[in-house]
Ligand binder design. Structure first.
Ligand SMILES: *Cc1c(COP(=O)(O)O)cnc(C)c1O
Length: 222
């Protein structure tokens, strides 16, 4: 016997519409890690792009490049796992927005970006408690200062400041959001003007309007 999975792309379109209506005016970033949660990356991102989704969350650079191939030049594609110099170069070439949560990685990216035609767009990540590749609060002020220098040099453009939260309890999420607010203030003080502030995944984006900021990263609920 062969197992088959039938994916109803009309249902995907309806779900996307529902999510966008709920989170508006925040932007939807459709998260498509793990082969679009096992639904098939290419048909999912093509259907979503045709429905007007312009931001995709790709987890790693390899997935980000696959999204770029599937949807073309206009989409904004965000990847937050870059493991090697090759990954960084592929991200620059594929015009992927990169999530950066490590000071050394920022320097490596700056090296990879020096010859790029345009500044490489980065989203700086503060660790608000999950301890998954974010910059610790005590290192954050120096990190955003360094990013501001690289931005002034035209090497990077700081497009976003972001974090990831547990979405397990409201009080923990509130603590994370307080730290995130502090991180935004520090970024502003360093001279950065990120246009995309993003914190929430599916659960918080639905239940907690104050977590939506400019954009929400939603996989499951789509
Ligand atoms: C998986 C993931 C999301 C999406 O989470 P859902 O609960 O599926 O909406 C958002 N942001 C990051 C960083 C993720 O890893």
């Amino acid at each position: 016997m062969t197992a088959r999975l039938h994916v109803d792309l009309d249902a995907l379109v309806a779900n996307i519409a529902q999510v966008r209506a709920t989170v508006s005016p925040a932007e939807l970033m459709l998260v498509v890690k793990d082969d679009a949660y096992g639904h098939g990356l290419e048909p999912v991102v093509q259907t979503a792009a045709a429905a007007g989704v312009s931001w995709f969350g790709a987890f790693d650079v390899r997935t980000g490049c696959a999204v770029r191939d599937a949807v073309g030049d206009d989409a904004r594609i965000f990847a937050w796992i870059a493991a090697s110099r090759d990954d960084l170069e592929a991200a620059v070439a594929g015009r992927i927005d990169l999530g950066i949560g490590d000071a050394d990685l920022l320097e490596e990216l700056a090296e990879a970006a020096r010859d790029a035609e345009a500044p490489v767009r980065v989203h700086l990540k503060i660790d608000t408690g999950l301890h998954r590749n974010g910059v610790r609060p005590e290192q954050w002020p120096a990190f955003v200062s360094r990013a501001a220098v690289l931005e002034a040099d035209g090497v990077i453009e700081v497009a976003g400041v972001w974090s990831h939260i547990a979405e397990a309890s409201d009080s923990e999420d509130d603590d994370a959001r307080a730290l995130y607010e502090w991180a935004l203030d520090e970024a502003t003080a360093a001279g950065l003007r990120p246009s995309m502030r993003h914190l929430a995944a599916s659960a918080a984006s639905f239940a907690r309007p104050e977590f939506r900021y400019d954009m929400v990263r939603v996989g499951a609920f789509c």
